[in-house]
Design a protein around this ligand. Structure first.
Ligand SMILES: Nc1nc2c(ncn2[C@@H]2O[C@H](COP(=O)(O)OP(=O)(O)OP(=O)(O)O)[C@@H](O)[C@H]2O)c(=O)[nH]1
Length: 435
């Protein structure tokens, strides 16, 4: 069964293709804050839910003796469906309104929250942290907010839920909001929104509620629909990691040679002078092709095929950039690493496979510089290893040079994962601090 929303027009499809009207957001909260209910409410009120799903949830709610239609059943039901037979750390859900399409990275489970959240939030435009109005900010709320900013998620929303249980008291909201704003001021995030809602009763989720006349901000959905994300993309530094070389062996296209990949930064146009790394050779872009035909420009996150004027020796893992704006190939990498392996810690001397954009290399851990306490933001410099869910600063030496940028400059070319070569499991996620 698909949970994908409305079928769009071709125009919409083109917009989505360009990422212009798509918002990816990650949700986080502690147990029972109401995350499932909130997501259920968004799906329901945006009419993404099918009649039969709704009918079955209504039936199940009645059977359980619930007073309300239990929206969490909707979310959890979808979750269970997704999880059948496979281990999924992050469940992705889709819904759409006439203004935008949304992809929610929902991170179920509380034990592995750091790992899950890193997975879910690494590509998110926005992170939504939920708290229960009766409890206010708890340790996990701070940790989630911190992780989101560490992953450079540009927009942060604190949803103060269950306002109905505190009689929509402005004072309660104000206290939580102020405490959060103070905390967020210490983090690297520029856009913070705090919204009082009742996920259960629908207040301020889709439309503004008459029960919070003191609240002057937008409803949650209105904010999600309008938050400006186009400016978050790096359109300055041209970065095109080559994923595949396309060269038909026969037929009338056998003279075609193109390089397929997803634009990671900047804008590419036919005629642009470009440099290909690691060779350093320069040429011009002859044309840019997509599944829908040639285009006059390409920018993140478009997937395209780039043709070059000269026949250079380009292969998977190479990077097309600009002659005067290119990453410096480096084998010494400093990074914040989130460790995700329960079987063994990251420690000096250990070797891993590195996946960075479309490139693979091997790396040895030279040093653990410190481990970060995500609650106090304190750096423990005596730490010499990272255990499951730990985050710390690490120095690596790779076997072949990476074509890397700082993560804060580019989340794609600044990020990497570490893979255990014996098990082929992803054991760490890294954000390059200097290359
Ligand atoms: N009164 C009230 N109850 C709510 C509200 N939102 C959620 N709840 C209730 O809080 C309980 C927990 O809600 P869930 O949506 O299951 O919580 P969750 O955070 O998703 O929990 P997980 O199952 O861990 O994902 C349920 O009994 C909900 O009905 C709200 O706005 N007001």
């Amino acid at each position: 069964m698909s949970t994908t929303g409305t079928t769009g027009t071709d125009d919409e499809a083109a917009l989505v293709h360009r990422g212009a009207d798509l918002l990816r957001f990650a949700t986080a909260g502690s147990v029972d804050d109401g995350k499932s209910t909130l997501i259920g409410r968004l799906l329901l009120d945006s009419k993404t839910v099918f009649e039969d799903q709704l009918a079955s949830v209504e039936r199940a709610s009645r059977d359980r003796g619930d007073e309300y239609t239990n929206l969490a059943l909707l979310t959890d039901g979808l979750r269970a469906e997704r999880e059948q037979g496979i281990t999924i750390d992050v469940a992705y859900r889709y819904f759409a309104t006439p203004r935008r399409k949304f992809i929610i990275a929902d991170t179920p489970g509380h034990v592995q929250y750091t790992r899950n959240m890193v997975t879910g939030a690494s590509t998110a435009d926005l992170a939504l942290v939920l708290v229960d109005a009766r409890k206010g900010l708890v340790e996990q709320s701070r940790r989630h907010a911190f992780l989101a900013t560490l992953l450079q998620v540009p927009h942060l929303v604190l949803v103060v839920n269950k306002m109905d249980l505190v009689d929509f008291d402005e004072e309660v909201f104000r206290r939580i909001r102020d405490e959060f704003t103070d905390f967020a001021a210490r983090l690297e995030v520029h856009d913070v929104q705090v919204v009082p809602v009742s996920a259960l009763e629908g207040d301020n989720v889709v439309s503004r509620s008459a029960r919070t006349p003191w609240y002057e901000g937008p409803s949650l959905l209105h904010h999600l629909e309008n938050v400006h994300v186009a400016g978050d993309r790096n359109l300055v530094d041209t970065r095109f990691p080559v994923q595949y070389v396309i060269r038909p062996q026969s037929g009338r296209h056998r003279d075609y040679r193109g390089y397929a990949g997803q634009v990671a930064g900047g804008v590419l146009r036919p005629g642009d002078e470009v440099m290909v790394l690691p060779s350093g050779l320069t040429t011009r872009i002859a044309g840019i092709d997509t599944a829908d035909g040639p285009v006059a420009e390409a920018f993140p996150p478009m997937s395209v095929v780039v043709r070059l004027e000269d026949e250079l020796d380009v292969s998977r893992g190479d990077m097309v950039c600009r002659p005067h704006n290119a990453p410096t190939p480096t084998q010494d990498v400093d990074a914040m690493v989130c460790w995700m392996d329960e079987s063994a810690p990251l420690a000096p001397g250990r070797k891993y496979a590195v996946k960075h954009t479309t490139r693979s290399a091997r790396a040895v851990v030279k040093e653990v510089q410190y481990r970060l306490d995500t609650d106090t933001l304190h750096r423990d410099e005596s730490a010499d290893r990272l255990g499951l869910n730990d985050i710390g600063r690490v120095r690596l030496r790779t076997t072949t040079p990476l074509l890397a940028d700082e993560y804060r400059r580019n989340r794609t070319t600044g990020g990497f994962v570490l893979v255990d070569e014996a098990t082929n499991r992803t054991v760490g996620a890294g954000m390059i601090t200097s290359a």
